[in-house]
Design a binder for this molecule. Structure first.
Ligand SMILES: [Zn+2]
Length: 332
């Protein structure tokens, strides 16, 4: 419990490149936060140690003791089992297999700890504190390195039978499209993510298409990412404009599927690629209007996330407090 009497959670949003930690009250107030790089290439133990140390710094900064926190929420990338608190595998943490993440934190802080998929956490964050406040039926997607998703139905996160529901980035868009690390081909995230944008840029520049993108990276094609495409786009580069148009097209294809499948009141779109803003979302919205069922398209507001990079962090905190309150019998 915080000094104001609000229930307090500790939370970690562990990404492939950075780890965010915070102490957050039930009403979404961040009392202290810490940001550190994720030592992904140093292996599982180093990553876990860095995350635990990060959370310790949050304690110190906030002047808290471990007993002040009611629960720890852990937003994790990849495939996890929320019931067991185990991360099975993670695309951005290559050597991760069956890591008992919740147990590590429970032992380090003597406090109940709960694991949740990072995109699912972000969906909850947006529902409690962000763009989807008061909305009971919506879909959250994050478009960055990959595409993650979270589905909220009737005010509850829909997790499926084994916790895997909402892997929207892996719906098939092109049945003979690029190979995806998940084992499928032509997944949405292989066509509309930031990674896809960078990859397509490198391919077309290698094919000899002229572009300011190449000048931005000093002629080193391997350094081309979505960020350089965005910069060239702002400079009026023709290839960059075509690439952004293509990403917006495939974003629209996937959003059309989502709107037809879920008939949501809102689709909240977050993630790094949304720095492109309306350039990306505008054409995608138009495609949804043109191709989805008109009644579904009219009902679905497609908006940008309200919490920016904090959706997952705040959602993990809320999730942990929710889980702690739940009677054990209803926990599956
Ligand atoms: Zn896939």
């Amino acid at each position: 419990v915080s000094k104001t009497g609000q229930p307090l959670a500790l939370c970690v949003d562990l990404g492939g490149t950075k780890t965010l930690s915070a102490a957050v009250t039930r009403d979404g107030q961040v009392l202290a936060r810490d940001l550190c790089p994720t030592p992904a290439s140093a292996g599982v133990d180093s990553v876990m140690r860095a995350a635990v140390d990060s959370l310790r710094r949050v304690f110190i900064q906030a002047g808290l003791a471990a007993r002040d926190a009611g629960a720890i929420g852990l937003a994790m990338p990849g495939i996890s089992d929320p019931e067991k608190g185990i991360v099975y595998s993670s695309p951005n943490l290559p050597d991760w297999h069956n890591v008992p993440v919740a147990a590590v934190f429970r032992e380090a802080f003597d406090c109940p700890a709960y694991v949740i998929n990072d995109a699912n956490a972000a969906a909850l964050g947006e529902m409690y504190y962000g763009a989807a406040r008061g909305i009971t039926d919506f879909v959250y997607i994050t478009v960055s390195t990959g595409i993650g998703g979270g589905v909220v139905i009737g005010g509850e996160l829909y997790t499926g039978v084994t916790g895997l529901a909402g892997e929207l980035g892996h719906m098939t868009i092109l049945d003979d499209g690029p190979d995806c690390p998940c084992g499928n081909k032509g997944c949405w995230e292989m066509l509309a993510s930031g990674t896809a944008l960078g990859r397509e840029a490198r391919r077309r520049i290698s094919d000899g298409e002229p572009s300011a993108i190449l000048d931005i990276v000093g002629g080193d094609i391997e350094r081309v990412t979505a960020r350089e495409v965005h910069r060239a786009y702002r400079q009026g580069d023709r290839l960059a404009a075509e690439l952004v148009k293509r990403a917006a097209y495939y974003l629209g294809v996937g959003l059309t599927n989502i709107v037809n499948i879920f008939n949501p009141e809102m689709v909240v779109v977050g993630g790094g690629l949304l720095k492109l803003g309306e350039v990306l979302l505008g054409p995608a919205r138009e495609m949804v209007s043109a191709r989805a069922y008109p009644e579904a398209a009219r009902a679905a507001r497609i908006v940008t996330a309200g919490l920016g990079g904090d959706s997952g962090l705040l959602g993990a905190a809320a999730y942990a407090l929710d889980q702690k309150q739940r009677p054990k019998s209803s926990r599956g």
